[in-house]
Design a protein around this ligand. Structure first.
Ligand code: GLP
Length: 270
């Protein structure tokens, strides 16, 4: 009988594989790591700075965090958060904004100081959007950096909204937070949230850069389901290339943990 989680050491970091159909165990594992990071950073410097992700994958993780908070096992009063990305343009009140997502799944469910939760502002005028992105990086730095960054991965290997590109590895690793254009695969996948209409998906987004994400002290990357298997395998075993942004994690493998289910791990070799 298989014992879960399976634990693999790979070029892209430690990989934990959970049984298919058991996202709860995987989410519990992620929530344990987040709680540990919050406690450790709180003890070390009186606050914890978390980088957060949206998408369907982290939803069970947020449920676990909320549950722990309700049980009195996790406090958010010393926690500062920065979200990976946000569509542009979009109102924070739009049901599909990532601000709304975070409000629904976490911020409204726990006692967190509202002005300690940072999500890119999808309403800044065009003329100020680059400055707004640069400011996000400065705020993170001024807060002493991210203690832990939670990540998902796109079907095309994107992390945050750092889409596949033909940049050199050095250039990709130096990418700051900025405005980007969505890749067609990303827009197609996002369409399910916009009534199935890819044309309703904003064409652009603000994203933390690879440099910003990789400066986190610890990275947890989560992927579930067969749709992610190819991106996961290319990221973990493939060449390090900006064409598969997830593969760039191989350059910082010692601080990366992958949390997968069997379906997402299906194309890994070990
Ligand atoms: C969006 C987000 C990413 C996320 C990805 C995967 O593109 N910007 O940060 O990782 O979706 O989403 P899902 O978890 O729904 O597959």
């Amino acid at each position: 009988m298989a014992v879960f989680p399976r634990n693999l050491s790979t070029p892209a970091g430690n990989v934990l594989i959970f049984a298919e159909g058991d996202p709860e165990s995987a989410a519990r594992c992620a929530a344990d790591r987040i709680r540990f990071a919050v406690d450790a950073a709180g003890a070390r410097r009186g606050k914890a700075v978390l980088g957060l992700a949206t998408g369907s994958t982290p939803i069970p993780v947020y449920s676990q965090l909320v549950q722990r908070h309700r049980e009195g096992d996790l406090k958010f009063n010393g926690v500062i958060t920065y979200n990976l990305d946000e569509y542009y343009p979009i109102s924070p009140r739009d049901p599909n904004s990532y601000r709304t997502f975070m409000h629904r799944h976490l911020f409204s469910q726990v006692e967190i100081v509202p002005n300690q939760t940072h999500v890119f502002d999808g309403t800044v005028p065009e003329s100020a959007v680059s400055e707004h992105a640069e400011q996000f990086d400065r705020w993170i730095e001024a807060d002493g950096g991210l203690d832990l960054q939670l990540l998902g991965i796109g079907r095309n290997g994107h992390i945050g909204f750092n889409e596949p590109s033909d940049l050199s590895v050095e250039q990709a690793l130096a990418l700051p937070s900025r405005i980007i254009s969505l890749h067609p695969v990303t827009a197609a996948d996002a369409a399910r949230d916009f009534g199935g209409d890819a044309n309703a998906v904003p064409k652009r987004a603000l994203t933390m850069g690879i440099k910003t994400i990789f400066s986190a002290r610890e990275i947890l990357i989560i992927a579930f389901g067969p749709n992610k298997a190819e991106a996961v395998a290319k990221s973990i075993h493939g060449p390090v290339t900006a064409e598969v942004p997830g593969s760039l994690l191989q350059t910082i493998s010692s601080k990366v943990t992958w949390i997968l289910d069997e379906a997402a791990a299906d194309l890994l070799s070990w």
